[in-house]
Design a protein around this ligand. Structure first.
Ligand code: SAM
Length: 216
């Protein structure tokens, strides 16, 4: 795995694009500017790593578009030491961004071979979130509550388990919609029975499976 001046140059250009698109959280910008995204690609496909687009990672799944990663991460308002659940480990790139920002990351993946692959690959890059295999639409009850929860697959509705597993004051960021496009929602848990819901633009994610996803 080599990270040379060419890669660093392409990363700088990507960061510039993200800033032009409205990303301004310095922690997010620094993390994306630092993580070698081309490590997630086969050598032959390396030129795609620093384009602002999603890319297939096998098993019918994708590594999210950098802008989407940046947008969701920015909305999480991360502070160092935050305990964060990521639903949908996928390639592990989003988890690296969260770890790079000083979060304490728990990431769960429903696809066994992606889980196995990413769990073995990320530590080789120097990133070590805690990996779990299972249905993240139901959260991760054994390790709840969380300061923040990020869902990186499109849900039909907001899973109640995820709100239940947030601390008071916690934030859930989740795309909700149909199988083509989803609105990004930010939910802040203001009290045991009180939430604040903010709605942002449309995005396009692979479906959130599982009991509180599209399998329900
Ligand atoms: N965060 C990932 C990254 O940085 O590469 C991108 C995730 S990809 C867009 C969505 C992932 O969610 C897929 O890997 C998929 O297998 C996973 N997924 C779908 N339903 C899930 C569920 N119920 N629990 C956990 N993971 C799920």
């Amino acid at each position: 795995m080599e990270d040379n001046y060419k890669h660093r140059g392409m990363r700088k250009s990507l960061v510039k694009i993200l800033i032009e698109k409205g990303i301004n959280n310095q922690g997010v910008i620094n993390a994306i500017g630092k993580i070698p995204r081309h490590y997630f690609f086969d050598n032959a496909l390396e030129q795609h790593a620093y384009q602002d687009k999603a890319f297939p990672i096998g098993e019918g799944q994708t590594i999210s578009q950098p802008y989407t990663v940046a947008f969701q991460t920015e909305k999480l308002e991360i502070s160092k030491g935050d305990k964060i659940l990521e639903v949908g480990t996928g390639s592990g790139y989003q988890a690296c961004v969260l770890v790079e920002m000083g979060a304490n990351v728990y990431t769960i993946e429903y696809n066994k071979s992606l889980y196995t692959r990413t769990k073995s690959f990320l530590p080789k890059m120097g990133y070590a979130p805690r990996f779990f295999y299972g249905d993240g639409s139901q959260g991760l009850i054994a390790h709840a509550p969380f300061d923040k929860i990020i869902v990186t697959a499109g849900a039909p509705s907001v899973p109640s388990s995820l709100i239940n597993q947030l601390k008071i004051g916690g934030i859930l960021i989740i795309p909700v919609g149909n199988n083509k496009k989803q609105k990004m929602l930010k939910i802040t848990k203001q009290g045991d029975k009180k939430i604040k819901k903010e709605t942002f633009d449309y995005f396009s994610f692979v479906p959130l499976l599982g009991k509180q996803g599209w399998d329900k």
